[in-house]
Design a protein around this ligand. Structure first.
Ligand code: NAD
Length: 263
């Protein structure tokens, strides 16, 4: 059976790790051509080696910082130069930033987190949306978070990250309405805990050993309704459906992939 993604061109930001990397593997196996965008050059090299079997005619790694407009224009230009179009866009790169509450957050950290998670996401929507409008359609998935829907424990230190992910949800709904006349669908996924480097970074604190981090993570996961975190693949699976033709009437939707955390 032919895959609906055969020959399609996908751009994935934050594509060298976690959810983005899982997403890239799924799309490559389904026949798509994939542009992996990440600011981490070493992680991009590792991702390219992991998927070396697909060859350079199927996989293009692009080092870019999504928070910089010139880099966003650069990854879009690189995708067009190599593959001529962009059918699918997973707007996924994000950082958590240092843990801080509203009472003690630092302005620089706010700008850094909002620069990547909000400005980077919106610049991506603008640049890729412009290409898709000229092409006559496309599909976009933004990665938000359950942290954008509800407040986290005060000691979790996610005040800035949570606010940035609330902005991703709002921008997704706005983009869905603005882009609908151009046959571009835009949806968001809201994961709960996923066992990736990003989540692990939030449990690392000065003076905490790796064993302590492991034990805290285990406790955190065991408190989830399903008693565990999601794998990156389980989250990527939902984005896979949202990017494909079987979700053709779904736009402006915010899909939780949280193992029941918000139930
Ligand atoms: N891990 C979780 O528990 C969790 C929960 C909810 C939502 N999310 C969201 O899922 C998405 C993917 O996260 P993940 O868990 O796979 O994290 P990850 O850290 O494994 O991957 C994120 C990737 O984004 C890249 N990146 C960061 N800043 C960038 C920038 N400015 N420009 C380009 N690339 C940049 C990183 O280098 C990294 O490769 C993020 O949007 C995150 O907020 C994660």
């Amino acid at each position: 059976m032919t895959s609906p993604f055969d020959g399609q061109v996908a751009v994935i930001t934050g594509g060298a790790s976690g959810v983005g990397l899982a997403r890239a593997g799924q799309l490559l196996r389904a026949g798509a051509r994939v542009v992996l965008v990440d600011r981490d050059a070493a992680a991009l090299d590792r991702a390219q080696s992991t998927h070396a079997a697909f060859g350079s005619e199927r996989l293009l790694p692009v080092q870019a910082d999504v928070a910089r407009k010139s880099d966003v224009q650069g990854y879009v230009a690189a995708a067009l130069e190599r593959f001529g179009r962009i059918d699918l866009f997973h707007n996924n790169a994000a950082i958590v930033g240092p843990q801080a509450s509203l009472l003690d957050f630092r302005e620089d950290d706010f700008h850094r987190v909002f620069g990547v998670n909000v400005l980077g996401m919106m610049l991506g929507l603008q640049a890729v949306g412009t290409v898709m409008r000229a092409q006559g359609g496309g599909v976009i998935v933004n990665t938000a978070s359950v942290s954008g829907q509800r407040s986290s424990r005060p000691d979790a230190g996610l005040a800035i990250y949570g606010a940035s992910k609330a902005a991703v949800i709002r921008a997704t709904q706005q983009a869905a309405l603005e882009f609908a006349p151009y046959r571009i669908r835009v949806n968001a996924i809201c994961p709960g805990p996923i066992d990736t480097p990003l989540l692990r970074s939030t449990f690392r604190a000065e003076g905490r050993s790796e064993d302590e981090v492991e034990s805290l993570l285990k406790q955190h996961f065991s408190k989830q309704p399903l008693g565990r975190a999601a794998s990156a693949e389980e989250v990527a699976d939902v984005a896979y459906w949202l990017l494909g033709p079987t979700s053709s009437f779904v736009t402006g939707a915010i899909h939780n992939v949280d193992g029941g955390m918000t139930a």
